[in-house]
Design a protein around this ligand. Structure first.
Ligand SMILES: NC(=O)c1ccc[n+]([C@@H]2O[C@H](COP(=O)([O-])OP(=O)(O)OC[C@H]3O[C@@H](n4cnc5c(N)ncnc54)[C@H](O)[C@@H]3O)[C@@H](O)[C@H]2O)c1
Length: 254
């Protein structure tokens, strides 16, 4: 399984307890990285750590709510204390408040705010403290998880979610410019409609309608996204920064 594409690297992944964060953490560990599992759901992160350790890898459970700066700072601090620095930061944790998010005229301010706090401020805080650690290590790589909804109005009724994701594109590009001269690459990954706990609420009819929008004709698996994350954080992507890579079966191409 392992071919060591991340041998010696020290990574943190937010939202590592489920879905594509979990898939990325498992893949990174299989490729030789030590992985910090940052998640608000500590038992879920612990289960992923157990899987990694059972496979002979090294993982650290980092319980934290990404919308709380003290939590994120402490989590990054624990990884740096354990490993002497960081090389890779994946800012991935997010929520889609299905049943609460809505079109603008019906959208509760509290739902808007909670979505922004986790999906946009949370990505910012993970990058802020993660990048401080990368600067201390002399460079590294950052990947942020975007969404087609941040580019197109393809999710009517998810106004808060879509807007929060649009912000992530801006942050990726400006941070790529901010940190290139200091040896830090920053890229985004765009999952399409992916089979994770986040999409479990989708009805069979909605599922069929979504599949019809995907040229490759199937739902993505978390591992499809993790493969792109792996490439972006690896040294194979040494000349890639400020890019936003789709892993969406062609959804955003048409
Ligand atoms: N699933 C999709 O179809 C899809 C499509 C496009 C983009 N995305 C984005 O991909 C990312 C990962 O999504 P997923 O589908 O794997 O989600 P998921 O719900 O399956 O997993 C998200 C993980 O993030 C954690 N998390 C949630 N809020 C947190 C917080 N405040 N602090 C720390 N951890 C928190 C959860 O506990 C969970 O372990 C998200 O940013 C999401 O918006 C998902």
């Amino acid at each position: 399984m392992a071919n060591g594409r991340l041998e010696g690297k020290r990574a943190i992944v937010s939202g590592a307890g489920a879905g594509m964060g979990r898939a990325a953490a498992l893949r990174f560990a299989a490729e030789g990285a030590r992985v910090g599992l940052l998640d608000v759901d500590e038992p879920a992160a612990r289960a992923v750590a157990d899987e990694i350790q059972a496979g002979g890898g090294e993982a650290l459970v980092l319980p934290a709510d990404v919308s709380k700066e003290q939590d994120v700072e402490a989590a990054v601090g624990r990884a740096v204390d354990a490993w002497g620095g960081l090389d890779v930061v994946v800012a991935n944790a997010g929520v889609e408040l299905a049943g609460e998010d809505d079109r603008a005229d019906r959208l509760e301010l509290a739902v808007w705010q909670r979505t922004m706090d986790i999906n946009l401020t949370g990505i910012f805080l993970t990058c802020k403290h993660g990048i401080r650690a990368l600067l201390g290590s002399g460079g590294g790589s950052v990947v942020c998880t975007c969404s087609p909804t941040g580019l197109y109005g393809c999710a009517p009724g998810f106004d808060a979610y879509s807007t929060s994701k649009a912000g992530v594109y801006g942050l990726v590009r400006v941070m790529a410019a901010d940190y290139a001269s200091e040896g830090i690459r920053v890229n985004g990954v765009v999952p399409g409609y992916t089979r994770t706990p986040m999409t479990e609420w989708v009805t069979p009819e909605e599922h069929e309608a979504l599949i019809a929008t995907i040229p490759l004709g199937r739902q993505g698996d978390p591992e499809d996204v993790a493969s792109v994350m792996l490439f972006l954080v690896s040294d194979e992507a040494a000349y890639v920064t400020g890019a936003v890579w789709a892993a969406d079966g062609g959804m955003t191409a048409i």
